[in-house]
Design a protein around this ligand. Sequence first.
Ligand code: RFL
Ligand code: PHB
Length: 390
Amino acid sequence: MKTQVGIIGGGPSGLLLSQLLHLQGIETVVLEQRSRDYVLGRIRAGVLEKGFVDLMRKAGIADRLDSEGEVHNGFDIASDGDLFNVDMKGLTGGDTVVVYGQTEVTRDLYDARDKLGGIVIHEAQDVTPHDITSDSPYLTYRQGDEVTRVDCDYIIGCDGFHGVSRKSIPSDVLRVFERVYPFGWLGVLSRTTPVSEELIYARSERGFALCSLRSRVLSRYYVQVPLEDRVEDWPDERFWEELKQRLPRAVAEKLETGPSIEKSIAPLRSFVAEPMRYGNLFLAGDAAHIVPPTGAKGLNSAASDIHYLYEALLKHYTEGDDRGLEGYSDKALARVWKAQRFSWWMTNLLHKFPETGEFGQRMQQTDIDYLKSSRAAQISLAENYVGLPF
Ligand code: RFL
Ligand code: PHB
C-alpha cells in the first residue's frame, strides 16, 4: 500500500489530522491497534478550547458540536467550603470554552472519515515505523497472519502515551521531562442532573474533587484518590459520600446521586518528550506529552500540535515549502510547555499533597485568597484556561 502521510493511532489527534489533510487532497492511512468500539468507549476529556472548536469547523465536522456542545462562560473554585466564580468571558474580553465529550468528538471524526471514504485500519497489530531517517520511510502492521507494508512520505505518531512512535526515537536523541504525582483521579459518569451548570473545581482537606458534565442529564465527577486504590475499592455509595464531603455544604445538599455508568481511575502525570520530530517521524498529542487533567489541557494541546502539523504539511504539498515542517518541533513545544505549566500549577493549587504538610496547605490557601482578591491573577487563570492562541 502507498500513501502520502501514514498516521499511527486513531484517537482524536490521528483522526483530526487525517480529516483535515483529506479535505486538501492529501492522502492518509490511519493504523489503529484497537477496535472502533473500544476507542469510542473511552470516557476522557470534556472541555474544548476555542482553537479546538475552530479546527473541528475547519474539518467540516462541527455541526453537532455547535448544536449540542454547551458554551461555558466561567467555572467555580471551591476551597474549604467557600465558593467563588471565575468569569472567564468577562476576564478575557469574550472568550469561552465548550463542554462536549471527547467520545462525541471521536464519533464525529469517525463519521466524517467514513463519509469521505478515509482509510482507517482497525485492529492493526505490531505497527512498526521503518527507515524513519530516510526519504522513503514505511510502516508495517499485522492482521492475523498477514503483514502489510505502507509506504509513505511522512509518519505521524498519534498513538498516545503508550504507543510505539516515541519509542522509535533513539534514546540518545530523545529527552524526557517527567513528574509523576502521588495520586490519581477516580472518575464516575452517571445519568443524573449535574449539580451545577458550570464546572466546580474543589479543594478540600480530604483532597480534590471536580464536578463536570456531559449534558443536562449526564454528570461527570472526579475525586482524588491514592495511587494504590482500585475501582473495586469504590462502590457507588462510597464515591458519592466522599464527593459530598469534599464539596461546600450547599452544593453537596443539591447533589443528585445514582448508579454509575462508567467508573475508572487515571494516574496523574506531567510529561514532555523532546524533540517532537526525528527524521520523517513527527509526534503529536499524548504520544509526545501528557498533562494532569486539572487544567483540561490534554486534548487541547493535542489539537494545537495537529494545527501546526496540518499547516506545515499543507505548505509542503502545495508550495514545496518545508519551513513549517522544520520548525514544527520548536513551535509545538513552545505552546506545550505553557499548557504544562498551567496544568502543573492548577494541580498544585487544588490537590492534597501528602508530603508538603501544613506549609503547603497554607500556600494553597494563600494562592486562592490572592486569586479571589486580584483581578490580575484571575485574568491570568482565565486566559490560560480558555487556551492561549495557536
Ligand atoms: P489517544 O486518545 O490516547 O489516542 C491514541 C490512539 O492510538 C492508539 N494506539 C496505537 N495504534 C496503533 N499502534 C500502536 N502501537 C498504538 N498504541 C496506541 C490507541 O488505541 C488510541 O486510539 O491520544 P491523542 O489522540 O493524542 O488524544 C489525546 C487525548 O485523548 C488526551 O490528551 C485527553 O483525553 C486528556 N484529557 C483531557 N484533555 C482535555 O483537553 N480536556 C479535558 O477535559 C480532559 N480530561 C483527559 C481528561 C484525560 C483523562 N484520562 C483518562 C487520562 C480526563 C481524563 C480522566
Ligand atoms: C471532564 O469533564 O472530564 C473534565 C473537565 C475538566 C477537567 C478535566 C476533566 O479539568
